[in-house]
Design a protein around this ligand. Structure first.
Ligand code: AMP
Length: 387
């Protein structure tokens, strides 16, 4: 039987970044109370939650106490130790399940699961020592060596063009478990954000076209311009993954589309995803509300797209020459600003995003990029430093 966690109840969130913040905003709009736990304080999620608890994920007493005070727990960050979720599970329902986190927080386990489910993945080899890496035949290179655990946004990975670079690449990762993936000369990267409810119902947002810069997502445009065949194949792969995991919640599947039109799964994110941020404005139900609905046992909402949209990330680099000029970005029609309340703007740190809505995905992309460009004070800074 499906347990409905009614509005007015309290949802616990593990992790306190921007994903938790946008989830909390959706949950509170629907009348839920939200408690958040992470090792930090005054966090993007804590600023908008009813209660912010500062504790280590390894402090299982604090975790259990936190779980006792809420009606259901979810997480916004996949690098939470599996033992933490097990501790929560003894006290409160938790969605997605700890077993999902166990699979998806470890590249080798994730890829092995996908392969055994018949899902096409980037060719890979497990590597545990330098000797194992150098023993691989030349046709495994060029490749990307990735740590099996704790990687995100391109952290913990290094490209190896040829075997000659194996030693320096291995030493740079300082790990005892890694995956060597074949380098994919892809045509493009796409992602699918989808949800599954406790009763097995499924809803997806279609594909997003993604562009990365320095391994960090830069731009997402939807709907994607891939062929209907590729889109349909992505839906079936995503549905298969969610069913195989008995998943409850929102998940994102990141794909490479090869030059031959083949889809390869790069990785899974067991939570709402950066590429789905434009669903806040562009879809009938955004990915964060969908997560609230799924984890609370409510019916999934319509994922109908209302308008084409593009989202650009705002990284700390944009602050290099002073606060961005938001009034210039917002002067463009249908541009929406999201800032995450982070105090320190460091290079590569996700500080916020801009979403543009337009008549077509191409126009939305142009407006989103132009809006970010207009906000950027780098040019002024450059002129100042020239004087
Ligand atoms: P990941 O953290 O695995 O999602 O990697 C971040 C980004 O690095 C991806 O979105 C790609 O742009 C690039 N990348 C990762 N793995 C590969 C690969 N096997 N071949 C080509 N590019 C890759």
């Amino acid at each position: 039987m499906i347990t409905v966690i009614e509005p007015g109840s309290t949802i616990g969130v593990l992790g306190s970044g921007q994903l938790g913040r946008m989830f909390t905003i959706s949950a509170r709009r629907m009348g839920y109370r939200v408690h958040v736990l992470s090792p930090e304080k005054e966090t993007p999620t804590g600023q908008v939650a009813d209660l912010e608890v500062q504790a280590s994920y390894d402090d299982l007493d604090a975790i259990k106490e936190f779980a006792q005070r809420v009606n259901v727990v979810t997480f916004e960050f996949e690098n939470i130790p599996a033992a933490t979720i097990t501790a929560v599970d003894q006290v409160s329902p938790v969605h997605p399940a700890g077993s999902v986190l166990h699979t998806t927080q470890h590249r080798l386990r994730e890829k092995t699961f996908l392969q055994s489910t018949g899902i096409p993945v980037t060719p890979f080899r497990a590597v545990r020592t330098l000797a194992e890496l150098t023993a691989l035949s030349d046709d495994h290179f060029p490749g990307i060596l990735k740590t099996a655990a704790w990687g995100y946004d391109g952290k913990g990975q290094v490209k190896i063009d040829s075997k000659a670079q194996a030693e320096s690449a291995w030493n740079s990762l300082s790990t005892d478990e890694a995956v060597l993936e074949r380098f994919v000369d892809f045509e493009r990267e796409v992602s699918m954000v989808a949800a599954r409810g406790e009763g097995g119902e499924f809803a997806h947002y279609g594909l997003f076209d993604n562009t990365h810069s320095h391994h960090i997502l830069d731009l997402s445009v939807s709907p994607s311009s891939v062929s209907p065949q590729v889109s349909a194949a992505a839906v079936e792969i995503t549905r298969t993954i969610l069913n195989a995991l008995h998943y409850v919640g929102v998940l994102c599947v990141e794909f490479f589309v090869t030059k031959g039109g083949e889809l390869l799964v790069n990785e899974l994110a067991p939570r709402p995803h950066n590429s789905g941020h434009s669903t806040i404005e562009a879809h009938a139900t955004c990915q964060f509300e969908q997560q609230v609905r799924a984890v609370c046992g409510l019916p999934l909402g319509s994922t109908k797209q209302v308008r084409p949209a593009a989202m650009v990330n705002l990284l700390g680099d944009l602050w290099e020459f002073g606060a961005p000029r938001w009034e210039r970005a917002l002067a463009l029609p249908d541009v929406k600003l999201h800032l995450y309340g982070k105090q320190q703007a460091r290079a590569g740190r996700k500080m916020g995003h801009l979403t543009a809505l337009a008549e077509s995905p191409e126009m939305a992309m142009e407006v989103a990029l132009a809006a970010r460009d207009r906000a950027c004070t780098a040019r002024e800074g450059f002129l100042r430093s020239e004087k």
